[in-house]
Design a protein around this ligand. Structure first.
Ligand code: IPE
Ligand code: IPE
Ligand code: MG
Length: 229
């Protein structure tokens, strides 16, 4: 790996938990539980590689269309994981950010996420940006509405950028999607304008440091042109 070509921001669409569980004749929630362990491994791998921002797509605005039992299980898993790891995050200098709309997340989830964000806000190491109840179209609309509220009548790309959920989040150089699907599913539409994409058939619960490093290596072999020659 070339140490001078590590992306600053890697974003991941963690997909395939359900199929992983199905292959093993397990309930879908067992796949999500295994997915949480893959998050832990990936976070460590990203830190080790020197990545500064890691965005993980945890729950989309469209995921509310899943059965209530699965949604409740996912939210419970999120709360348990945050409760378990906030202390570690503080110790490991990880800062937690959340990207997404608060409505209609439950008070329990909001309390847990607010607490973890607050506890880690002074950390200066890797920023873990959790895309939770996130939709990229909603994020752009959020920015436009905030701009309209200022009374301004026409906007530049810089104006939109300044009103995204986290204006200081650099654009991801690399976006990874697991499970063989090759689409964005309403993820980071604005920020992905010049991102490199890496698709792997590996299901998210099987993702690990080796897979993460493979994606980084692939990224390092790309020639980014940004419209130039
Ligand atoms: C990703 O795995 C996790 C979430 C979307 C919350 P899926 O649950 O989408 O797994 P598949 O796509 O059904 O295999
Ligand atoms: C995208 O995965 C959302 C997350 C990973 C949280 P989905 O499984 O919801 O996406 P689609 O429905 O296959 O496009
Ligand atoms: Mg899926």
């Amino acid at each position: 790996m070339q140490q001078n070509k590590i992306p600053q921001h890697v974003a991941i669409i963690m997909d395939g938990n359900g199929r992983w569980a199905k292959q093993k004749h397990l309930p879908r929630l067992a796949g999500h539980n295994a997915g949480a362990r893959a998050v832990e491994r990936t976070l460590k791998a990203a830190q080790k590689a020197g990545v500064k921002f890691l965005t993980l797509y945890a729950f989309s605005t469209e995921n509310w269309s899943r059965p209530k039992e699965e949604i409740d299980g996912l939210m419970k898993l999120l709360c348990q994981t945050l409760e378990k790891y906030t202390k570690d995050a503080v110790k490991n200098n990880i800062r937690l950010w959340i990207s997404g709309e608060r409505e209609p997340l439950s008070p329990a989830v909001l309390q847990q996420t607010d607490q973890a964000v607050k506890a880690t806000s002074q950390n200066t190491g890797l920023t873990l940006n959790l895309a939770l109840n996130y939709g990229a179209q909603q994020e752009i609309v959020h920015a436009v509405n905030a701009l309209v509220a200022t009374g301004k009548k026409s906007f530049s790309p810089q104006d939109i950028q300044a009103h995204l959920y986290h204006p200081d989040l650099p654009n991801p150089e690399l976006i990874i999607r697991t499970s063989g699907e090759e689409r964005l599913s309403n993820f980071l539409l604005w920020q992905a304008a010049y991102s490199e994409f890496y698709f792997t058939p590996v299901l998210w619960p099987d993702f690990d440091e080796a897979e993460f490093n493979k994606a980084l290596q692939s990224y390092q072999n790309r020639k980014r042109r940004f419209g130039g020659i």
